[in-house]
Design a protein around this ligand. Structure first.
Ligand SMILES: Nc1ncnc2c1ncn2[C@@H]1O[C@H](COP(=O)(O)OP(=O)(O)OP(=O)(O)O)[C@@H](O)[C@H]1O
Ligand SMILES: [Mg+2]
Length: 632
């Protein structure tokens, strides 16, 4: 890649996007593309939607704008987009509220805000997301504000575009002095939102309440020029450079809003409610921007418990951002965070992240009152796994049982810190699930917000995660022992299905060697069915159900394979493993392997390395561990 060339190409591209014209030219653009004159809220909504929406299996919408970086938050994001952004885009009242994201630490609140900011920067550089402003306006304000009040109703009717807000003091003066009041001549330019350049994107972070200056939000008198212009109410003697000014047309992030002095927040009240704020000696200044703040639950509770905050509270829309509750997604979060860190190149054995994820999700789940659902089952259901006796509707019901599930528990950063610590402290060149779980356990003692009672609970979750890992480890090794697992499973399945078909249709089979007609192999069928506890009495129904499933597949033109029926898959797997058990047990636990065993071990290790992502050392380690498990 020639970076210098790319840089100059990019610059040329930016240059090509620039546009400048008169207000009269701008009106033509508005006529053609009325959305350019939309509100900041509608721009954000269009931006999110333009990235695409997909319907997930469980009916939740997946907004692509967020889902490539935020995992497992589809429900929260769907609510955020539909209840807030969509309504706000339609100029409903929620637009006039501050959006307050509330959620536990490291749950993705700041990430959401950052994505919105970065997204707006990019979007304003696209055709659909183009923004225009009055050239020279410190707030890059909407040029339509130039249209006098009396004419707006007619304009709206003709163009189908609503105008809200009044010309800022600086533009008013400019219109008189530089354009002699001729609105049509005013120069308009395309505006590119940029946080670095403070265009349309602002961030406000409160400092010490005593020294906090409202000027940070609304701008201040310019003492350098005041002598020249002689009056504080001359816009030329005022710097419209507060965050509220700068974020006009886009978004302002209000960090630690609830830590802010309440007097300070009054300005926000007016801005959010009326769409304008007071600055210096000027009439109210219009602003069109999305204000996003974030907080955690306890801070929010203490904020609303204070009566004085009632007025503010009613001007906020609180959107919960809980932790992800799916194990697979949690694994993806860890992978992402590890990739971003400087431990990305070290080897973490397969299932290590999954085991940590199982632990994390367990700490976030709430015990259901539904019959027969324990935390582990719930965890599997939430991860999209099939659990005997539960349907999709049950999962939905579980999700709706608690409104505050996921608002507490272990945060992803804690786990990443423990994984780093395990990697730093190991004397091998890799870590595995056991190392990670041990490190998580060791860290609990120094975790600031964990009481003894919670610690007990968490230790229990660690052992649940460990047991789950043991099962995964055993399966992995057993699979690696079967020469080409998929083929063996398929052969066994085909054999079983041939027999089941003959049994149900009361037919005979042909012996492949002699060509003789033979009875269905009852012993083979039972040896598979027994693996999943199908009783002698239930076998007929089970076999018929399988045949029905096969013909249902055939009707849809789909192939029935061993993944098509969850229980049958399990039965086949268990049968294969049962046949192998002794070989695995003896081979993995022997201290002095003979030549044959040694050959087998090497084969298995090779398969683990080549097909399952282990290193030779971590595969060896896994074999020894599984050997000890099987001999317990
Ligand atoms: N569901 C998730 N999907 C992907 N990444 C996530 C998720 N939750 C958290 N993260 C990652 O974890 C890190 C911490 O998240 P972030 O800083 O956004 O959290 P926060 O809610 O703002 O936390 P805090 O309350 O500490 O400010 C980020 O790198 C973020 O990308
Ligand atoms: Mg944050």
């Amino acid at each position: 890649m020639d970076i210098l060339k790319r840089i100059s190409e990019q610059r040329a591209h930016e240059e090509s996007l620039r546009w400048e014209g008169t207000f009269a030219d701008y009106l033509k653009i508005v006529e053609e593309k009325p959305h350019v004159a939309g509100t900041a809220h509608s721009r954000v909504y269009n931006m999110i939607k333009s990235a695409g929406v997909e319907e997930g299996e469980d009916g939740t919408s997946e907004y692509k704008f967020f889902s490539h970086e935020l995992y497992g938050l589809d429900r929260a994001i769907e609510r955020l987009v539909e209840d807030y952004f969509h309504s706000a885009a339609k100029r409903l009242d929620v637009r006039k509220r501050i959006l307050l994201l509330m959620g536990p630490v490291s749950g993705g609140k700041s990430t959401i805000v950052t994505m919105l900011k970065k997204g707006l920067e990019r979007y304003s550089r696209t055709e659909e997301g183009a923004v225009y402003g009055i050239k020279g306006c410190p707030m890059h304000e909407e040029p339509l504000h130039l249209i006098p009040d009396e004419l707006r109703a007619d304009f709206e009717e003709e163009y189908g575009v609503k105008i809200e807000g009044n010309l800022c003091p600086s533009c008013q003066l400019m219109l008189e002095r530089e354009y002699d009041g001729k609105v049509e001549d005013v120069v308009v330019e395309r505006v590119f939102l940029s946080e670095d350049k403070r265009v349309g994107i602002g961030t406000f972070s409160p400092s010490d309440p005593k020294s906090q200056d409202i000027a940070d939000l609304t701008g201040s008198i310019d003492f350098a020029t005041i002598a020249e212009y002689g009056s504080e109410s001359d816009p030329r003697a005022y710097r419209f450079d507060g965050e509220l000014n700068k974020a006009n047309r886009g978004l302002m992030e209000f960090q630690e809003m609830l830590k802010c002095d309440e007097k300070f927040l009054w300005n926000l009240l007016s801005l959010t409610q009326e769409g304008n704020f007071k600055a210096g000696r000027f009439a109210l200044i219009s602003a069109d921007e999305l204000i996003v703040a974030h907080t955690n639950e306890s801070e929010y509770r203490s904020f609303i418990s204070n009566k004085k905050n009632e007025a503010l509270q009613s001007r906020m829309i609180v959107m919960p951002v809980p932790y992800n509750l799916s194990v697979s997604k949690e694994e993806k979060i860890y992978q992402k965070l590890i990739k971003q860190s400087d431990i990305g190149h070290l080897h973490i054995a397969p299932h290590a992240l999954r085991s940590a994820a199982i632990f994390s999700i367990l700490t976030r789940l709430k015990e259901s009152k539904k019959q027969g659902v324990d935390l582990l089952k719930k965890l599997k259901l939430y991860d999209g796994k099939t659990v005997e006796g539960f349907k999709l509707a049950d999962v939905e019901e579980l999700h709706n049982e608690f409104s505050d599930e996921g608002m507490s528990g272990i945060d992803p950063r804690y786990v990443i810190n423990r994984i780093s610590s395990a990697l730093i402290n190991t004397d091998r060149n890799y870590i595995n699930a056991l190392d990670v779980l041990r490190s998580i356990k060791d860290g609990l003692d120094s975790h600031p917000s964990i009481t003894n009672e919670i610690k007990e609970k968490y230790l229990n979750f660690i052992s649940v995660a460990r047991k789950e890992y043991d099962e995964l480890a055993k399966k992995e090794v057993q699979k690696a022992f079967v020469y080409s697992y998929d083929e063996s499973a398929k052969a066994l399945l085909d054999n079983y299905l041939d027999n089941v078909e003959a049994y149900c249709n009361k037919q005979k089979l042909k012996d492949p060697l002699t060509g003789d007609e033979i009875e269905p192999d009852e012993k083979l069928m039972r040896s598979i069915e027994e693996q999943i506890g199908v009783s002698e009495n239930a076998k007929k129904a089970f076999r018929e159900e399988i045949l029905i499933r096969i013909s249902a597949y055939a009707r849809k033109g789909k192939r029935f394979d061993y993944n098509s029926h969850e229980r049958l898959r399990e039965a086949i797997q268990k049968k294969l493993f049962a046949d192998l058990k002794d070989v695995v047990k003896i081979t993995t636990s022997t201290k002095t392997p003979d030549e044959n065993q040694l050959k087998k071990i090497n084969e298995v290790i090779n398969r683990l390395v080549e097909e399952h992502g282990y290193t030779a050392a971590s595969a060896n380690d896994l074999l020894r561990y599984v050997g000890s498990l099987l001999n317990r």
